[in-house]
Design a protein around this ligand. Structure first.
Ligand code: S6P
Ligand code: ZN
Length: 191
């Protein structure tokens, strides 16, 4: 097999829309985010009034051989459930050792990282000219903290996979809320 023909060598993306030409985004609506928001009363009220689109992910995942890379361009729309910013479901990689690099492209956001074992949490900014390194074994979730769509690119090993279940079962220890006009990380149980 010719190596140069077996890979998806070139793609064109829109850094403001957060989409890749020829790739249909996987769409996540508010109803797909059950259990993510600490303010369940506001979540249920918003869901009853409609089921808005929250984010979309366009993944380029052509091959799965050792050493291959995958990448995904994502957008998260601006919005909040109570004080909590619109966010992704969040996951840890099925192959726990798989790290990932996020590059902020447009808008303003934050990433919540959580060590699976110690549950130590960090909040990091994600915006243009910011690169966030997500080490292996670290659960990660992204939120839009601004007023326009947040877009970013994530690059990860082809074998990484997504484990949503273990994150959904124990949830992130912290949530990111707007406080005095700024993103702040607080313990979920304190909200
Ligand atoms: C994949 C990478 C991102 C996320 C995207 C959506 O490893 O971390 O492309 O898939 O941020 O988040 P989630 O939690 O719905 O996959
Ligand atoms: Zn990931």
């Amino acid at each position: 097999m010719n190596l140069l023909n077996s890979h998806d060598l070139l793609r064109f993306f829109d850094p403001v829309a957060g989409t890749i030409a020829g790739v249909a985004p996987t769409q996540r609506h508010l109803g797909d985010l059950h259990g993510c928001f600490a303010d369940t009363a506001t979540y249920e009220r918003m869901l009853a009034a409609g089921n808005p689109l929250v984010y979309g992910v366009s993944a380029v995942e052509p091959a799965r051989a050792d050493g291959d890379l995958h990448y995904a361009l994502a957008f998260i729309l601006p919005g909040r459930v109570g004080a909590e910013y619109f966010m992704t479901k969040g996951h840890v990689h099925s192959w726990r050792e798989a790290a990932e690099v996020y590059l902020g492209l447009s808008g303003e956001g934050a990433m919540l990282l959580e060590d699976e074992t110690t549950r130590e949490s960090r909040m990091l900014p994600l915006r243009p000219n910011h690169a966030v390194y997500v080490p292996g074994k670290i659960a990660h979730r992204t939120m839009n903290t601004g007023s326009v769509p947040l877009t970013y690119l994530g690059i990860y090993p082809a074998q990484a996979g997504h484990d949503y279940t273990s994150v959904a079962n124990r949830n992130f220890r912290c949530v990111v809320i707007e406080r005095h006009g700024q993103p702040a990380m607080v313990e979920r149980t304190l909200l």
